[in-house]
Design a binder for this molecule. Structure first.
Ligand code: PCP
Length: 381
């Protein structure tokens, strides 16, 4: 356990002490009485389909959590949409995995909630560049979870450097308002030019143009100052000054075009979500989206035992028996007992066999699946 920051260590997650105390007391009780049944346990949000699909993420971390335990696990792939029924099934002796429930649900719930909101964001502006800007809203220890969830949903890039190093992605982003303020009001040109002189050629020249004066004024000054070097302008107009943001962006496009700066892109950020992207997508070339993704509600997953020693059993409100979920030919989501045949593509596939990982994880593949599945089920943006 770290004593400088409130971060539960990876070692505690792996050894299962990153858990709720009642699981350890359950272990004590079962061990004292010699009970350790063979169970099937399923991770489920809604028992029955509701018509509301959500995007699964966090499976990589969940797999690594249970890797090495004497259990078999089936799971949907990351980047699949689900609507009721299990997304993750564990079979084994209960004592072999009981203590991991807390971390397992946390991995799946948080990442899937953010990925779902990220997919809504992606689909709201399918032809625009959309970057994840929300790492600043969460504890830094989970920045890579935010960024990976955004990428699973098909966003084009991320802003967080350390997360990017973990994920093998170069972090995007050019300048905060702080850079402009360091150069002072009236010397925005100094900041933009210094940036152009200082940073590597691989960094796009995106000038932030809303710090001290009107957006139109700053955009045209940035275009004059950097000339052909300028790739884009970023407009992050603070909410108290925003008025009609769509009008502002269209006005900027007009003024840039009329002065020969047709190639300068317009990038917008600040408090944007799917509704705003739908409204602005033809008025800007790209967007930075933070809180709508990073502050998403976690999916309300629970882990429930549904079979004990081969017999169906479940607590009140939950459906007993090991299940399978299917993508039907018409894009529907069907949940049935695993031992019964059903039409459609079975979505729960082997993840671990006797603790051994039998699947690879590639974010790009997950993003492709998310796009395909969204089209198949008619996921609403
Ligand atoms: C942008 C904006 C939000 C950041 C992005 C996240 O930052 O002001 O705070 O977007 P969100 O609103 O969708 O969560 P900058 O313009 O770089 O902020 P700063 O004023 O710190 O320079």
């Amino acid at each position: 356990m770290s004593d400088r920051f409130d971060v539960v260590s990876e070692a505690a997650i792996r050894d299962g002490t990153a858990t709720d105390a009642y699981f350890l007391r359950t272990e004590t009780t079962l061990e004292a009485t010699g009970k350790n049944p063979n169970v099937v346990a399923e991770v489920t949000a809604d028992q029955f389909p509701t018509g509301e699909f959500e995007l699964l993420a966090g499976v990589k971390d969940a797999a690594h959590l249970l890797e090495g335990l004497p259990v078999d696990v089936d799971a949907m792939e990351e980047g699949r949409l689900f609507d009721g029924g299990p997304v993750f099934t564990i079979e084994g002796r209960y004592l072999d995995f009981a203590r991991y429930e807390t971390s397992l649900l946390g991995f799946l719930s948080h990442a899937s909630g953010m990925a779902t909101n990220a997919l809504e964001t992606r689909l709201a502006a399918p032809d625009s560049t959309v970057l994840s800007f929300g790492a600043r809203h969460v504890h830094p220890s989970i920045a890579a979870v935010v960024e990976r969830s955004a990428l699973v949903a098909g966003l084009d890039g991320i802003s967080h450097v350390a997360a990017g190093e973990m994920l093998g992605v170069d972090a995007s982003g050019t300048m905060p308002h702080a850079l402009l303020i360091c150069f002072g009001n009236g010397n925005q040109e100094g900041a933009w030019r210094a940036f152009d002189d200082a940073v590597g050629d691989d960094v796009p020249r995106v000038a932030l143009c809303d710090t001290f004066s009107d957006e139109k004024d700053e955009v045209l000054r940035a275009a004059e100052a950097l000339g052909d070097s300028l790739d884009s302008v970023r407009i992050d107009t603070t909410s108290s000054r925003r008025g009609n943001f769509r009008h502002i962006l269209r006005e900027l496009r007009w003024e840039l075009d009329s002065r020969g700066f047709e190639d300068v892109g317009i990038f917008a950020s600040g408090g944007l979500g799917p509704d705003e992207l739908r409204e602005l997508r033809d008025a800007a070339d790209g967007f930075g989206v933070g809180s709508h993704i990073s502050n998403a509600d976690p999916v309300d997953f629970a882990l429930d035992i549904v079979e004990v020693d081969g017999e169906p059993v479940a607590k009140r409100g939950k459906l007993s028996g090991k299940k399978q979920a299917y993508r039907t030919a018409d894009g529907g989501h069907h949940v049935g007992l695993a031992r019964h045949d059903a039409e459609g593509e079975p979505l729960l596939q082997p993840l671990l066999r006797d603790g051994e990982l039998v699947r690879e994880f590639a974010v790009a593949d997950a993003a492709r699946r998310a796009g395909d599945d969204a089209a198949a089920v008619g996921f609403e943006d």
